[in-house]
Design a protein around this ligand. Sequence first.
Ligand code: GAL
Length: 681
Amino acid sequence: MISTLLSRTRRGADGDPVPRLAYGADYNPEQWPRDVWEEDVRLMREAGVNIVSVGIFSWARVQPGADQWDFGWLDEVMDLLHEGGIGVDLATATASPPPWLSTAHPEILPVTADGETLWPGARQHWRPTSPVFREHALRLVRAMATRYADHPALVAWHVSNELGCHNVYDYSDDAARAFRDWLRARYTTLDALNHAWGTAFWSQRYGDWEQILPPRLAASHPNPTQQLDFKRFSSHALKEYLRAEREILREITPDVPVTTNFMVMGGTKGMDYADWAEEVDFVANDHYVVPGPQDRDELSFSANLTSGIAGGRPWFLMEHSTSAVNWQPVNLAKRPGELARDALVHVAHGADAVCFFQWRQSAAGAEKYHSAMVPHAGADSDVFRAVTALGATLKTLAPVAGTEREPARVGILYDWQSWWASEQDSHPTSLLDYRQEALDWYSALLALGVRADLVTTRADLGRYRVLIAPVLHVVPADLAKTLTRYAEQGGHLVTTYFSGIVDENDHVWLGGYPGALRELLGIRIEEFGPLPAAETVELDDGTTGALWTDQVTVTDPETQVLARYRTGAQAGRAAVTRRPTGPGSAAYVSTRLGVEGLTSLLPRLLEPAGVTSELPADARGPVELAVRRGPAGRFLFLVNRTDATVPVLGLAGEVLLGARDADGTLTLGPRDVAVLRQPAV
Ligand code: GAL
C-alpha cells in the first residue's frame, strides 16, 4: 500500500506504479515567502524527496474566519509540488484551532485534572469530546477533502496530527458527559459499574450516572478502576475522533488512503495504538531519540513495536529528526552517520517511508531550533548533504518496499492495559517502569544477537517459540487461558514480577500471587518484596536484582529453580523458576535483573526452545539483525550498534547496501547499516 502510494502522483519523477520507498518531510510553506517555495521543490528533487505532508498547522491560514476561506496559496503549493513530481500526504489541518475559534468558543479548551484551562497560544488546545470543536473541525475536513479530492498531487490523507500528544487527558464537563456515555456502554447497569470499580471501598457507591466524574484532583488516591477506565476512555475518545474525520474523507475520496501519525516512542503512553491500528489504512509513526544509555535500542524497540502494531505489514515513518530537537533539556546534534543509521533502523523494522519533521528549519516560532532537512545554514551544510545521500540510499533500497517482517522466533508481548495499570498509584512501589522492563529484555536479546518481535495481544502468539511477557500485570481469564494453552502446546512463556496480578477490572486474583498464572508457573507468592531505590540483592547465579523481589514458594514438584536469592529478605528462596508444561515451559523472573543480568540469564531460558542467534559469532552483540521478506527476496538488515568497525563473516547474499572485502567479509564501519538480499524462501 505505502510502496505504491506514490503511483497516485501520475506525473511523478518516474510516475509508474513500481514500488519504492517514500522519502520526505512535513512541509510548512505558509512560514515562507512565495519565492522560497520554488527553491524548496528544486532542493526536494535534489534530495530525492518524493512525498511531503502539507497543511498540518494551516487551519488559521485556510480558514481565516468562520466563513472565510483562503485556499489559493495551498492550491499553488499543491500544483508546484505536483509539477516537481512530489506527492502530498495532505493534512486535514485540524490539529491546531485558530484564535477566532477559541475566542468565540472557549468551551473547546481542555481542562486539567486540577481544573486549569489549557489556553490557546501553543497548539492542540481542543477537547477530544467537544461537540463544538468537532462541528468546526469536521467542516474543515469536508472543505479540504472537497477542494483537493481530484488534485493529482494527493496521495494520502493525514488526519490531524499526533492525536493526544498534548490533549489526551481532558477533565472538562464535556469529557465527564462522554465518559458517562462510555461507561454506560461498557457496564450497562450502575450495579455492574459499582462492582467493577469496587465502590464498596471508601463509600464511593454511585446511585446515579450523573454522579460519576473523571478522576479529577482529589483529596487522596482516586479509585484505581476509575483511573484505569478513564485512560481507556481517553484513548477511545481520540480514536472516535479519528474515525469521525476518516469517515468524511472516505465518503469524499474513497480511493485515497487515510492515516494519522502515532507516537510509539519514549514515554508516550496515553494512546492504545494496538486498539487504533485497524482504524487507519496504513500505520504511520513518529519517533524521536531521547539521549541515554539505551537510546538506539529504544529506537529499534519503537520501530519494532510499530511493526507489531501494524501486524508485521509495512508502515510509514512520518516524522523523526535529522539532528537535534528543541524540547529536551539539552538538545544534542546527531553525530556523523546517525542521521542515516536512525532512518535505516526504521526501514529495517518495516518502514516503507522515511520522513522527517520538517523540510525547512523554521526561522520563527517555538521550533526554530529544531533540526530539519534544510537547516538554517541552508543547502550548503553537512545535514543537507547527509539528507541527499540518504535519498540516494533509499533509491537503492527500492526492492525492499512492500516487504513484510519475517517473524522472529522470540516474541515480546507489549500490552497497554498492563502498562497503564501496573504504573498506577498506591502500589507496592512507585518505581516500576513497564516500558523500561520490556526495553531491558529487548536490549539483552540484542546483546545476544537474537532477533525478537515486539507484539501486542492481537498477534498470533502461537508462532513464537519463546514469548516474553514482562510485567503482564492485567491478565483477564481469557488471556490466562491463551497463555496456558500456549505453554501446553509447546511454547516457552517467560514472565516477570507483578504479572498475572489483576483482572480487567483491576481486581486482584486471590489465593496467592500471581493469581492468574499461579498454576501455570507452579509457584505461589504470599507477599511482594519491593526494594528501596538504592537497594539491590544478589542471586546465586551471579546476577543482581533491583526494584522488586517476591516471597516465592514452589508449589509444583516439577518446577525447577533456575536461581535463588543469596542476599536480602528472600535469601534462600527461588528468584527465577521454570515449570515444564510437556513440550513447553513457563518461567518466572521475580526481580529486575537489568540488561546485564538478563543477558546472562536469557541463554538458559532460550535453550529449551532451541533458540540461538542467527548471526555469525563475532557479530552477536555488536550487530543488530532485522529481516524483511517478500516475493522480491529476503532482506537482512545489519546495523552496527557500536562506534567501532565490525566485520561480519559468512553471511551469504547480494549486497544491496554496504560492501564486501576481497575475502567476502562484510565490514560495517561505525554506525553503518548494510543490507543483504537473499532469494525468497
Ligand atoms: C512532533 C510534532 C511535530 C513537531 C515535532 C518536533 O511531536 O508532530 O509537529 O512538533 O514533534 O519534534
